[in-house]
Design a binder for this molecule. Structure first.
Ligand code: HEM
Length: 183
């Protein structure tokens, strides 16, 4: 189910469950400079390096000019080979390397199964703006943002360690009638 996986990936790209993270160096080391001929970066021992997967997943230099659009097809069409395949570390919802999420495949299975069962039982799901508590709505000044996604956000993403929707995600769901959708 390639498109289902692309939808899950695109959701994890724009709204990564673990949106920021950090690593602490045990030993002193150097990191290569991305600029050709640029000096290496010296990282002393016991140094914390925070990094924001959330920001990286939205970078136009890494994902292309449409980086801010929700478009699952980017995981299927020529953009996959242009951006992600040659540079797989631009997509890190489960982290990478020795401490990569141990539950990654389980999480894909779980989310896929849940979505399939949900869509078998409900024929339409839409945001219930009228039911949304005030604190779950984006602050009015977000509307002024023309650069990022804030200007068009209808909910308010928040982060503690993991990301969630402040005040809950209020939706209206249409129950599927028996016999519809092949059930
Ligand atoms: C969408 C769902 C999930 C996401 C986005 C996710 C993401 C992550 C991330 C980013 C890390 C690395 C944290 C770090 O090293 O700084 C991690 C670690 C881990 N995850 Fe997940 N996870 C998910 C679901 C699961 C599930 C379902 C399980 C178990 C059934 C699981 C088990 C683990 C374990 C055991 C680690 C620690 C691995 C280690 O440090 O060696 N995760 N996860």
């Amino acid at each position: 189910m390639k498109f289902l996986k692309a939808v899950i990936n695109e959701t994890l790209r724009l709204y990564p469950v673990v949106p920021f993270n950090l690593r602490t160096s045990k030993n002193a080391t150097t990191w290569p400079n991305k600029k050709p001929g640029g000096k290496s970066l010296f990282i002393p021992a016991n140094t914390r390096t925070p990094y924001a997967v959330f920001m990286m997943h939205r970078r136009k230099d890494l994902w292309g000019p449409d980086a801010l659009e929700f478009d699952p097809d980017r995981f299927l069409d020529e953009r996959l080979h242009k951006y992600l395949t040659p540079n797989p570390f631009i997509f890190l919802p489960f982290n990478a390397g020795p401490r990569i999420c141990l539950g990654q495949q389980f999480a894909y299975h779980e989310a896929s199964f849940f979505l399939v069962r949900l869509l078998q039982n409900f024929s339409a799901i839409s945001l219930a703006s009228d039911a949304q508590p005030l604190d779950s709505r984006p602050p009015p000044d977000w509307a002024e943002d023309k650069e990022g996604r804030k200007g068009r956000e209808k909910i308010r993403p928040r982060t503690h360690l993991t990301m969630y929707v402040q005040g809950g995600l209020w939706v209206t769901m249409q129950e599927a009638k028996l016999g519809e959708d092949g059930i």
